[in-house]
Design a binder for this molecule. Structure first.
Ligand code: GCV
Length: 736
C-alpha cells in the first residue's frame, strides 16, 4: 500500500516542494497545506488489509449495552478489551466496583468476584487456556462474565467476546465454555536467515533480514511482531517456529539467539512461545565436534549445554522442530542410529526446562519403494520408543501437501506415540499467492477422515487431540503463509487460511462453514447480501482447485521446482524419479493412475480394515481417490455413467467454470467492498481463471495422447497447443 501511495503521490510532493519556493504567496501556502492534508487523510483511510480480521474500528454491529466494567485495569486482557471497545464505540468502559445491571466482569480465579460466582471448579477443569463467557443472573441483575483460571485463557476469552460482538452475534444470554483441542497450536515459519521464505508468497520474512551477520532489532520490527502476536492470540495460536525446517546450524549461534530472545519478549504477553528448527549436525558444524552422533557423550553434552544457554536467555522457550534424514538433511541415520535415538537425545536435553521436540516424519529415501509408503515404513517400527516430550509431526497426506491426498496412514497406526498433524497454510501446491482457495474445507476433510484405529469413528481429529488415544502431548502445526506484504499473506483471501488454521487448532469440531462466515463478517462485512455468495465461493474453492488441477486422485503433476503450473510431461534428467509427475500419473494407453492396491505397491495395506479393503477395491474406492490408489483403464465406467476419460474432461471443465463463477460472484460484491481490496482480489481471480484453463488444456491435451479419445464436445475447446505449453517456462517473478 505504501509503495502505491509513494508512486502516486511522490510527483505531487515534488511539485508542491517546488511551489514552496514561492512561499511568500499566502494563497499558495494554504493550497499546499490543504493538498498535503488531503493526501495524508486519504492514505490513512486507504484499505490495505493490514488489520486482518481485527478491524474493530470498522465494526458495524449492534453493541451490547455494558453499563461498566469490573476488572483489574492493569491486566493485559483487560487492556486489550478496553482498547478494542474504544475502537468500536469511541469510549472506554468505565471501571466500576459495584456490580450493576449489565456490568461486564473480566477476571481470573485471583479475583474475588469471579470466585463468588461459583465458577471455580469449571474454570479449573478448563485449564489455564480455557475460559467461560456467561450471563449470570444475580440480585435481579444480568452480569456478563468473562473468566479463566489463567491470564492466557482470559485473553482468549476476551477475543471470543469481541468476536461475537464484531460478527453481530451477541445473544440475549451467554453460556460459553471453551478449552483448546490441542495444547500446542503452532505456526511453522519456513523463514531463512537471509530474509527469504521457502514457499513464501507474501514477501520477505517478518523475522530475518537479508545480509545480517549480526541480526538487529528495530522499533519497527517490534511493532510488526506485536501485531503478529496479537493476531495469533485472537485465534488461539500459542507458538511459532521462527526459522525454516531446512535449518542452518548457525541459527543456534549467539548473534541469532539474541534476536530470538527479542522476538520471544514481544510474543510472550500474547501467550506465544518461540521454538526453533535445528540442524541435526549442529554439534559438528557449529560446535566443532568430530561427530553429531546422538549417542556420543560429547554430543549429548553439547546439546545439554546448548539447552541450558537457550533457557537462560528465554525461560519459556518452547523447543525444537527437526527435519532429519529428509531431502538431504543430516540426521541420526548418518551414524547408524534411529529417529527415536535422535529425538530422545534432544528431548532429554530440553526436558528439565519443559521443552518439547517436534520430530518430522517427512522422510522418503529414494528408490526403496512407493514414496507414499516410506514414512510409515520408517516410523512404524519405532512406535512406543519416543520420550513423552517428543511428538512426531506428520504431514496430512503421505506425499506432500497435494491439492487432495488421503490421510497419512501413520495416523491411527502409531498408537503409542504422540502424533501432530502438519498442515500447509502457505499454498505451495494450491496456486500460491494467486489462487483463492479456502483451506478449512480441505483440513476438515482430513481431520474427519476415519482411521478405524479404535473402531468406526476414530477420526484423525479424535486420535490427535487425545480424545481416543491418550497422550501427554497434543499439538498441531501449520506452515505459515505470512510475510512482510502489507496484507501479511499476499492474497487477501489467504488471510482466511491463517485464521482457519488457528480456529481449527483451537476447536477441531468447528465447521468450515462457520469459520468462513466468522472470517467474512470480521474481515469484510456483516451484510448478508455479501456473506452468502462469498461464503459459497470460499466453501467451493477447494473442490474447484482440485477439479482444474488434479481431479479423481491425480497428484504431483506440477512443474519441477516451483510447483506452480502443470507439467505432466516433465522429465528432468538425472533427477529422483519420485520428483517427476510421470512417477505418479503413470499414463499409458492402458489407463492412468498409481496402482497402490494389493496388485500394485500395496500401500493400501498400511490402512486399517475395513478402510484397507474399501480402498483396495477399484469399485468401492471413493472416486476422489481413485487414481491415487488404482491404475484405471480409460474406458472404465464411473458412478455417473461416464467413462473415465470423459469424466476427467468434464471435471477439468467444471473446475474452469467454477472459477469463472467466482469472478462473477466477486464482481457482484463490488458494492460491499472497498475498492483497494476489491481490485486486488479481482485481479488475482483473473489470473486464477487463466491458470485454470492452462491446467485443463495442459493435462487433457497431454493425457489425450494416451487415451486417444476425443474431448467431449460439450467441454470447452482447448485454447492452447500442447507443444507451445511444453515450451512455456514460467517466469516466477510474474507469478509469485
Ligand atoms: C521446507 C516439500 C517442499 C520443500 C519443503 C519440504 C519439507 O518438499 O517443496 O520446500 O522444505 O517439503 O516439508 O520439508
Amino acid at each position: 500500500m505504501y509503495k502505491l501511495f509513494y508512486i502516486i503521490f511522490r510527483p505531487a510532493f515534488l511539485i508542491l516542494n517546488a511551489l514552496k519556493l514561492m512561499r511568500h504567496l499566502y494563497i499558495i501556502r494554504k493550497f499546499i497545506f490543504f493538498i498535503q492534508l488531503f493526501i495524508i487523510v486519504s492514505a490513512l483511510h486507504a484499505e490495505d488489509g493490514h488489520q486482518l480480521w481485527l478491524r474493530f474500528d470498522k465494526t458495524k454491529a449492534t453493541f451490547p449495552c455494558f453499563s461498566g466494567i469490573n476488572a483489574c485495569d492493569s491486566r493485559f486482557a483487560v487492556k486489550e478489551f478496553q482498547y478494542d471497545w474504544n475502537e468500536m464505540t469511541g469510549n472506554r468502559l468505565q471501571v466500576v466496583n459495584v456490580l450493576n445491571n449489565n456490568t461486564l466482569v473480566i477476571g481470573t480465579l485471583k479475583d474475588r468476584n469471579i470466585v463468588s460466582f461459583g465458577v471455580g471448579n469449571e474454570l479449573k477443569q478448563l485449564g489455564m487456556e480455557g475460559y467461560i463467557i456467561k450471563t449470570i443472573h444475580q440480585n435481579n441483575k444480568n452480569i456478563t462474565v468473562v473468566a479463566s483460571a489463567g491470564d492466557k485463557g482470559l485473553l482468549y476469552g476476551v477475543f471470543h467476546l469481541l468476536r461475537i460482538i464484531q460478527t453481530n452475534k451477541f445473544p440475549q444470554s451467554l453460556n460459553i465454555s471453551e478449552k483448546p483441542s490441542y495444547a500446542v497450536r503452532i505456526l511453522n515459519h519456513w523463514d531463512n536467515q537471509d530474509g527469504s521464505v521457502e514457499r513464501g508468497y507474501a514477501g520477505h520474512s517478518i523475522f530475518w533480514r537479508y545480509g545480517e551477520k549480526h541480526p538487529t532489532v528495530t522499533d519497527k520490527d517490534k511493532v510488526l511482531w506485536k501485531e503478529y502476536a496479537r493476531a495469533n492470540a485472537s485465534i488461539g495460536i500459542n507458538g511459532a517456529v521462527l526459522n525454516n525446517v531446512n535449518a542452518s546450524p548457525d541459527m543456534l549461534s549467539g548473534a541469532y539467539m539474541q534476536k530470538v530472545k527479542a522476538i520471544a519478549e514481544v510474543l510472550r504477553p500474547y501467550g506465544m512461545k518461540v521454538y526453533l528448527s535445528i540442524n541435526f549436525s549442529s554439534p559438528s558444524a557449529l560446535g566443532g565436534l568430530k561427530t553429531s552422533d546422538p549417542l556420543d557423550k560429547d554430543v549429548v553434552k553439547w546439546w545439554n549445554i546448548k539447552a541450558k544457554e537457550i533457557y537462560q536467555l528465554i525461560p519459556d522457550f518452547g523447543g525444537f522442530l527437526v527435519k532429519a534424514n529428509s531431502e538431504g538433511l543430516p540426521g541420526p541415520q548418518d551414524f547408524g542410529r534411529t529417529h527415536a535415538d535422535g529425538a530422545n537425545m534432544l528431548a532429554d536435553a530440553l526436558k528439565p526446562y519443559g521443552g518439547i521436540v517436534m520430530w518430522r516424519a517427512f522422510v522418503y529415501n529414494a528408490g526403496k519403494d512407493d514414496r507414499a509408503k516410506l514414512a510409515y515404513k520408517e516410523f512404524m517400527p519405532l512406535d512406543g520408543q519416543f520420550r513423552d516430550n517428543v511428538i512426531v509431526q506428520v504431514k496430512n497426506g503421505p506425499i506432500d501437501f497435494q491439492p487432495r491426498e488421503p490421510f497419512s496412514p501413520l495416523f491411527g497406526a502409531m498408537k503409542r506415540t504422540a502424533l501432530m498433524p502438519e498442515l500447509q497454510i502457505t499454498q505451495e501446491y494450491l496456486g500460491q499467492g494467486n489462487h483463492l482457495v479456502f483451506l478449512a474445507s480441505m483440513w476438515k476433510e482430513f481431520l474427519e477422515s476415519d482411521t478405524y484405529c479404535s473402531g468406526k469413528g476414530s477420526t484423525v481429529a479424535k486420535i490427535t487431540d487425545g480424545t481416543l488415544l491418550k497422550s501427554r502431548l497434543t499439538a498441531i502445526g501449520g506452515v505459515a503463509n505470512i510475510g512482510e506484504d502489507t496484507n501479511w499473506c499476499g492474497h487477501h483471501f489467504a488471510q482466511a487460511n491463517w485464521y482457519s488454521f488457528g480456529r481449527l487448532a483451537w476447536n477441531n469440531r468447528l465447521s468450515s462453514d462457520d469459520i468462513a462466515e466468522e472470517w467474512i463478517r470480521m474481515t469484510f462485512s456483516n451484510d448478508s447480501n455479501f456473506i452468502k455468495p462469498v461464503k459459497e465461493m470460499m466453501l467451493e474453492s477447494h473442490e474447484a482447485v482440485v477439479n482444474y488441477m488434479m481431479p479423481l486422485g491425480l497428484h504431483h503433476l506440477f512443474a519441477f521446482g516451483h510447483h506452480y503450473g502443470p507439467e505432466p510431461w516433465c522429465d528432468v534428467p538425472n533427477t529422483r524419479p519420485d520428483w517427476m509427475p510421470k512417477y505418479y500419473h503413470n499414463a499409458g494407453e492402458d489407463g492412468i493412475g498409481f496402482d497402490r492396491s494389493a496388485t500394485g505397491s500395496n500401500a493400501v495395506e498400511q490402512y486399517i480394515s475395513p478402510l484397507r479393503e474399501q480402498l483396495n477395491n477399484i469399485d468401492s474406492c471413493p472416486e476422489k481417490y481413485l487414481l491415487w490408489f488404482h491404475h484405471v483403464p480409460w474406458h472404465k465406467k464411473m458412478k455417473d455413467g461416464h467413462m473415465l476419460w470423459d469424466e476427467l474432461c468434464y471435471t477439468y471443465n467444471h473446475g474452469v467454470k467454477q472459477v469463472r463463477q467466482f469472478q462473477t460472484i466477486w464482481d457482484k460484491a463490488e458494492q460491499y467492498v472497498d475498492s483497494e481490496r476489491f481490485i486486488h482480489v479481482q485481479t488475482r481471480l483473473k489470473i486464477q481463471a487463466h491458470d485454470a484453463v492452462w491446467w485443463k488444456d495442459a493435462c487433457l491435451l497431454y493425457f489425450q495422447q494416451f487415451s486417444k479419445r476425443p474431448i467431449p464436445y460439450d467441454v470447452e475447446r482447448p485454447v492452447y497447443d500442447l507443444n507451445d505449453l511444453k515450451k512455456t517456462k514460467l517466469n516466477m517473478t510474474e507469478h509469485n
